[in-house]
Design a protein. Structure first.
Ligand SMILES: O=C(O)CCC(=O)C(=O)O
Ligand SMILES: [Fe+2]
Length: 450
């Protein structure tokens, strides 16, 4: 007999955290590496070179000389600071590359690995810039500035021009990945390298130690929302079913939250929002990678799925609680959490007089751990399958440092919650009434043990 604790552990272990990056090399017809650009000093003159291992240092120096110094985004401004980013950039109107990303194998290879989608997904790759990193060039750790809520990723294509160093290092959720383009492309005349990653993944370009590292960068967008499953054995089907099996076993246990409640998942990725404007529900179709797998598993089980930001009160301040303190077992103490439908930044509120839970009492959902007695009425039982991320609110550091000035969007950490009904009626009860039933308060309050 598996105990409830074991079932919870199995559910936790069933959440697969897939890599938020995908890299490789691909062969292209050699003429795809032909490249034309306008001279900076004299834009009516254009030059031509082939961006392969035979490109000469002189020709690459000339290309570099036609670049502008790359800036990066610090809050609302684009700034130039060579202690943060040392690279050349060329805007789209200044060059013509014979490389058409849609004629390569890059998108069909990288996108499914990254998105872990069960269905086909329309994705757009928008060419953003050409960059040249000469010897000593680098770009310190940053996240890519989101252009809009549909932008999920960035793609870097590296040409086989001779270079050493300039490794791209990506870090996320305790994992690190290094891509050494100079090494994998050495000597090639018809191979390019690519790294695609979710834009909220921290990344940096280490200093180039020799030669010229020439890249094209693309912004990746979701275009139309995905519809039904259309490719049977796509990469995430196993991940989704594994999680579904584990969650069903847990929900089938009548001792688990008998009145119904919520499952919570602290999401691994951050999402771009316009503060005060973006509705969190609009982000459900644009979840990334393993976050999308969680959403798919819960929806396929018929649970009501919603995105929330979570505020936590470190201390219990409810008078109601204090009144009955002596009647409660000591383990009833826990931080109070409030789920909200909008992203807020606690630091914008300054010093607040009340608790978060009382400030947002009307619009928020108050929750209590599934194995604890509710401290207040109208509190919903909740089990965090993946712990709540310790960041609530906006990611201040990355508002400050992006690859472009902020366009009014900021990254936020969010949680996905999935509502289930009382034992015996877990799925259909919630599926019938949909997302609104995230607020299970009436069921809970009737059983509020005081
Ligand atoms: O060149 C690379 O590998 C990454 C460049 C980058 O991070 C950027 O342009 O934002
Ligand atoms: Fe970047």
């Amino acid at each position: 007999m598996t105990t409830l604790e074991e079932q919870i552990e199995i559910a936790r272990a069933a959440v697969v955290k897939s890599d938020p990056w995908s890299s490789g090399t691909t062969q292209v017809p050699p003429e795809n590496l032909q490249f034309f650009y306008r001279e900076r000093q004299n834009p009516s003159l254009s030059r031509f070179l082939e961006l392969n291992s035979h490109a000469t240092a002189n020709n690459l120096d000339a290309l570099s000389a036609s670049c502008e110094k790359a800036t990066f985004g610090r809050a609302l401004e684009d700034v130039f600071d060579e202690s943060y980013r040392k690279a050349g950039k060329m805007d789209l109107e200044m060059f013509a590359s014979k490389l058409d990303i849609h004629q390569t194998r890059i998108l069909p290879t990288a996108i499914p690995r990254l998105l872990r989608e069960a269905s086909k997904r329309d994705v757009e790759a928008e060419l953003y810039k050409l960059n040249v990193y000469d010897k000593g060039g680098f770009f310190r750790a940053h996240k890519d500035t989101p252009r809009n809520e549909r932008m999920f990723g960035s793609l870097v294509v590296v040409f086989p021009t001779p270079h050493t160093g300039g490794d791209l290092v990506l870090r996320h959720d305790g994992k690190e990945f290094t891509f050494d383009s100079g090494k994998v492309l050495a000597g090639s005349v018809d191979t390019i390298a690519f790294v695609a990653f979710f834009s909220d993944v921290e990344h940096e370009v280490l200093p180039v130690t020799s030669g010229h590292r020439v890249t094209l960068t693309y912004n990746l967008y979701y275009t139309t929302p995905s519809t039904a499953l259309s490719i049977p054995l796509s990469p995430n089907v196993g991940d989704v079913s594994q999680l579904k099996v584990a969650l069903s076993a847990l929900l089938d246990n009548p001792n688990f939250s008998p009145q119904g409640g919520l499952l919570g998942f602290g999401l691994t990725h951050s999402y771009p929002v316009i503060p005060g404007q973006t509705k969190l529900e609009d982000l459900l179709p644009v979840l990334k990678g393993s976050d999308q797998v969680i959403s798919a598993a819960c929806s396929e089980l018929g649970l009501g799925v919603a995105l929330k930001s979570v505020l936590e009160d470190p201390e219990i301040t409810s008078r109601y609680y204090l009144m009955y303190l002596d009647k409660r077992p000591p383990e009833s103490k826990y931080p109070r959490q409030t789920l909200l439908d909008k992203a807020i930044d606690p630091s914008e509120y300054g010093q607040i007089e009340q608790s978060w839970s009382s400030l947002f009492a009307r619009e928020g959902t108050q929750v209590h751990p599934h194995d604890k007695i509710p401290l207040i009425t109208n509190s919903t039982s909740m089990l965090w399958i993946l712990p709540l991320s310790d960041q609530s609110g906006y990611e201040a550091r990355y508002i400050a440092y992006g690859n472009q000035a902020s366009l009014g969007l900021v990254y936020v950490k969010l949680s996905l919650v999935a509502a289930f009904g009382p034992s015996g009626d877990r799925m259909s009860w919630v599926a019938d009434s949909g997302r609104e039933n995230i607020q299970l308060s009436e069921h809970e309050s009737s059983n509020d043990a005081i």
